[in-house]
Design a binder for this molecule. Structure first.
Ligand code: BES
Ligand code: MN
Ligand code: ZN
Length: 491
């Protein structure tokens, strides 16, 4: 695990095996690098400062370091904390690739940002960029970067920012690890065990309901989806109680279908392996709880993770079945592949007992959302405009993009059942919205829904800090949302 720290002082004195310096487009090198080969690299036109560009320079004149890495930051006026995360990841990965133990990175400052904020983003980028899921590679590269040090003129602020950034990144790293883990390991029980470890680490309350308790509790959607699987379902409850005793909690809900075959309405086999990621919502919620604990946020937060497999079998539920869900509403099964909304419906109505001040669910819910927004934003729906605005602000802060989608009444019309109150599919058109409209029937408190089907995992690396596989989104968004609520309360 890389240590991310801070230092200050002159660039010329840095003795790390590599010193990384960010440069904006059209700008010259910092004064201390004038006269080194860096000047020549620029004047020869070998480096323009565009985003992601790098230039490695050996034995720069007058410097203590043997290597200088120039890294492009793009235009100064459009440089943001998100671009800093990416530049930072580029630096960390390049240093590792060179098989060096440590790197010092001159902390670039986005306009309007303080050192603390910038260090936070740089630490996140460095930590996330170095992520790899290689535990099943029998000859995995064991060497890793040991130290990533941010150089700025305010070492204390940078150290504080780096410490927070590392904790925020940990949310995403855990979410990635859980989601990348294949379904033969990452069973509902496995997720429950990982949740209990988080609770133990940070003094949270953990309650795990097994199959019998799920049934006894009336969570018919979860019990039914999980009925035919050998790996039995679990309902995971984590409680972080660091707010005032009587304060209503924020409830986080994460879909955790550890493998979604579609059930009797079985999916085509091509690409079915990706359905190990169908627990990414639950992974993000558990990741967020890890950071909530590490940051010791002064809030009451409850995490609810319904975990199950969705498999065909002799005991499986079938199209045409009618279920009476936890809330008492009835639903007609059009397709057993629309399982996520069934387990989430139960969870959202279970959440009523907390009288939440707000609830956010995240779920790899619909292929339609992926079609609508591509890989670049999660779909955001809900029943409360102020909450939706807060989620959008948290999205900005974390770099985990979301975009609002409507829940018009007509979408609710589309899922009215023939023989039951509701049906679990509204057909092909507007699939993300009819799924959202379905969930809306079960939330009678301020609620927001994130459809992460397009953002939870990637077929190829998305940017320098988001590799192929699980992205970990929206774990940091959830933490930023909670952080903002905690700050509001203080101020
Ligand atoms: N887990 C899937 C959604 C999904 C699809 C996530 C692709 C990530 C990538 C979900 O359970 C599902 O199967 N949804 C169906 C709903 C439909 C049958 C109403 C879908 O999107 O096709
Ligand atoms: Mn499905
Ligand atoms: Zn699913």
């Amino acid at each position: 695990m890389v240590m991310i720290g801070a230092t200050s002082g002159a660039l010329t004195g840095v003795s790390s095996p590599i010193l990384a310096v960010g440069l904006h487009k059209g700008e010259s090198v910092p004064q201390e690098l004038e006269g080194t080969a860096a000047t020549k690299v620029l004047s020869n036109g070998d480096f323009s400062g565009k985003e992601g560009e790098t230039a490695l320079i050996y034995t720069p004149d007058g410097m203590a370091t043997p290597r200088l890495l120039l890294v492009g930051l793009g235009e100064r006026t459009s440089f943001t904390l998100e671009k800093l995360r990416r530049a930072s990841a580029t630096v960390a990965k390049r240093a590792r690739k060179l098989k060096l133990n440590e790197v010092t990175f001159v902390l670039p400052m986005p306009e309007g940002a303080g050192v603390r904020e910038a260090a936070e983003a740089a630490a996140e980028g460095g930590s996330l960029g170095l992520y790899r899921f290689d535990r099943y590679k029998t000859n995995a590269e064991s060497r890793d970067l040991e130290a990533f040090t941010l150089l700025s003129d305010d070492e204390r602020a940078a150290a504080a920012g780096a410490e927070t950034g590392v904790k925020l990144a940990a949310a995403t790293l855990l979410a990635r690890d859980l989601a990348n883990e294949p379904s033969n390991t990452a069973t509902p029980e496995y997720l429950a065990e990982r949740a209990c470890e988080i609770a133990e680490r940070y003094g949270m309350e953990a309650t795990i309901l097994d199959r019998a308790e799920i049934e006894a509790g009336g969570m018919v959607g979860l019990a039914t989806v999980g009925r035919s699987a050998r790996n039995e379902p679990r309902f995971i409850v984590l409680g972080h109680r660091k707010g005032t005793a009587d304060a209503a909690p924020v409830v986080l809900v994460g879909k955790a279908v550890t493998f979604d075959s579609g059930g009797i309405s079985i999916k085509p086999s091509a690409g079915m392996g990706d359905m190990k990621y169908d627990m990414s919502g639950g992974a993000a919620v558990l990741g967020a709880m890890e950071a909530v604990g590490a940051l010791d946020l002064p809030l009451n937060v409850v995490a609810l993770v319904p975990a199950t497999e969705n498999l065909p079998g002799g005991d499986a539920f079938k199209p045409g079945d009618v279920l009476t869900l936890h809330s008492g509403k009835t639903v007609e099964i059009v397709t057993t592949d629309a399982e996520g909304r069934l387990i989430l419906a139960d969870t959202l109505s279970y959440a009523r007992r907390y009288e939440p001040e707000a609830a956010i669910d995240c779920a790899t819910l619909t292929g339609a959302c992926h079609v609508a927004l591509g890989d670049h934003a999660s779909g955001l729906m809900g029943n409360d405009d102020a909450l939706i605005a807060e989620v959008r602000a948290a999205s900005e802060a974390s770099g985990e993009r979301v975009w609002p989608l409507p829940l018009f009444e007509e979408y609710t019309e589309q899922i009215k059942g023939d023989t039951a109150d509701l049906k679990n599919s509204g057909g092909r058109y507007g699939g993300a919205l009819t799924a959202g409209a379905f969930l809306k029937e079960f939330a009678d408190y301020p609620w927001a829904h994130l459809d992460i089907a397009g953002t939870a995992y990637n077929g190829k690396a998305k940017n320098s800090y988001t590799p192929k596989g699980a992205s970990g989104a929206p774990a940091r968004l959830l933490v930023e949302f909670l952080r903002a609520r905690a700050e509001d309360r203080d101020g």
